[in-house]
Design a protein around this ligand. Structure first.
Ligand SMILES: Cc1cc2nc3c(=O)[nH]c(=O)nc-3n(C[C@H](O)[C@H](O)[C@H](O)COP(=O)(O)OP(=O)(O)OC[C@H]3O[C@@H](n4cnc5c(N)ncnc54)[C@H](O)[C@@H]3O)c2cc1C
Length: 406
């Protein structure tokens, strides 16, 4: 049976979904406003972890890690994009330690047996880079790590093309045409693209795409996030830096090696929503966050927070770059992975908050299952466990939020 789908947006979500649906026998067209990877997918810290607080996210991430490890056979290319250096969450105070203990129980119940709660002494012994006097402990998962995002969307796009997917770049979708309440065509680059099913994979642009297509107005807030890059310095060698896990300090600053000479750092900071951001705003660096503004900028604040937890980083050679992009944040930090009640053949895969790169394989799996079903589904199964989809539904009450988003 010939079944066709148009996917809108060529980031990690759109390209992985394209491969998955092509494998399931769909005739796929992917429309991307600019070029593959033009959105947050090329601006991400690309951490990947299974240490989340809700069962749905932990299971989705366990599945994602498994797919990213077997990327060449599951998606394509020659290498896996995942670097499993582990994730170390440093804790301060007894309350934080108790909350972490409860999370570790949830995570282990989801099959993440390798996650551990460490005392301050154990942490400093196993990770000499950490100042053990400043913490009450840590949680550690060795199978977490970070991704090479350009490998994910680059190889996924190549694999999609090899499977017959038509990818049209420079093609912003500007209109939708409906018949009998269903979307039948979208318009981009002066051409009309008809299909049985349409998928919105535009994340931070999701509310706008929804308006264009007559969909539900989703609460997805485009929020600026910054990354800063420190040059290696002091006594740390290149191989030592390359072996560093992703570390999250008790203040929410995080870092992981970008390469043997550079440490990426970031922070969850307040930011006003920018619903009308344009493409250039993705790279706009506000003075407050720009390392070139000097030592009063937030860049230096983050460096100080990381150095408090990891004193060796205090001897690094300085900050050499600031980059930025948008989160598409929802009120409960869970994405929407669901049919749009206003347009029954429109799937919305948007609102990934801080974890859309890592969630990509799970988002694609849910899209595939919903596409096969042709309507809403209560749950999907991953790694032998049932994952209810209510947490990702449109119209949910946002009560059961994912607490572990940075
Ligand atoms: C600083 C920073 C740090 C982050 N850290 C992490 C992290 O550690 N781990 C993690 O998993 N995630 C992280 N994220 C979030 C992650 O980057 C995103 O959730 C993820 O990249 C979203 O991928 P996507 O494919 O859904 O969206 P995007 O990559 O944004 O792709 C959407 C695409 O849609 C296109 N588009 C928009 N409108 C239209 C239209 N009308 N027609 C056609 N195309 C359109 C855009 O051009 C864009 O290419 C971070 C993000 C930032 C900014």
């Amino acid at each position: 049976m010939d079944r066709s789908v148009v996917i809108i947006g060529g980031g990690i979500t759109g390209t992985l979904t394209a491969v998955r649906l092509a494998r399931s026998g769909w005739r796929v067209t992917l429309l991307e406003a600019a070029h593959i990877g033009a959105g947050s997918s090329s601006r991400t810290a690309a951490g990947i972890r299974q240490q989340f607080s809700t069962r749905e996210t932990v299971l989705g991430m366990r599945y994602a890690v498994d797919v990213y490890k077997r990327f060449p056979e599951e998606v394509g290319g020659l290498v896996s994009p995942i670097v499993q250096n582990g994730y170390l969450f440093l804790l301060e105070g007894e309350e934080a330690r108790a909350a972490a203990a409860a999370r570790v129980q949830t995570q282990q119940a989801c099959g993440l047996h390798e996650v551990e709660l460490l005392s301050a002494q154990e942490t400093a012994f196993r990770f000499p880079i950490v100042d053990g006097d400043r913490i009450s402990g840590a949680t550690w998962c060795p199978t977490d790590g970070f991704l090479r995002p350009e490998v994910v969307y680059g190889e996924a796009a190549a694999s999609a093309r090899a499977r017959g997917v038509r990818i049209v770049q420079g093609a912003p979708v500007v209109a939708g045409h409906h018949q009998g309440g269903r979307l039948v065509e979208v318009q981009a680059k002066g051409e009309r693209f008809g299909a049985d099913l349409f998928i919105d994979a535009t994340n931070a642009w999701g509310p706008r795409t929804g308006r264009i297509l007559g969909g539900t107005d989703l609460p997805v807030a485009p929020l600026k996030r910054y990354l800063w890059f420190l040059g290696r310095g002091g006594a740390m060698t290149g191989p030592e830096l390359l072996r560093m896990p992703m570390v999250i300090t008790p203040t929410g600053a995080y870092c992981h090696p970008e390469n043997a000479d550079s440490l990426m750092t970031g922070l969850a900071h307040d930011a006003p929503p920018e619903p009308d951001f344009d493409n250039e705003d993705q790279d706009r660096i506000d003075a407050e966050f720009d390392h070139r503004s000097g030592v009063d900028s937030r860049a230096y604040e983050v460096w100080a927070q990381v150095a408090d937890a990891l004193p060796a980083v205090g001897d690094f050679a300085g900050i050499h770059a600031t980059t930025t992009g948008f989160y598409g944040a929802t009120p409960d930090h869970n994405p929407f992975l669901a049919y749009d009640p206003a347009v029954p053949n429109l799937l919305r895969l948007v609102g990934f908050s801080g974890h859309g790169a890592m969630f990509g394989p799970f988002s694609a799996l849910v899209a595939d299952a919903l596409a096969e079903e042709g309507g809403p589904l209560e749950a999907v199964e991953v790694l032998g466990q049932r994952v209810p989809l209510a947490a990702f539904a449109i119209g949910r009450d946002f009560a059961g939020h994912e607490a572990m988003v940075i």
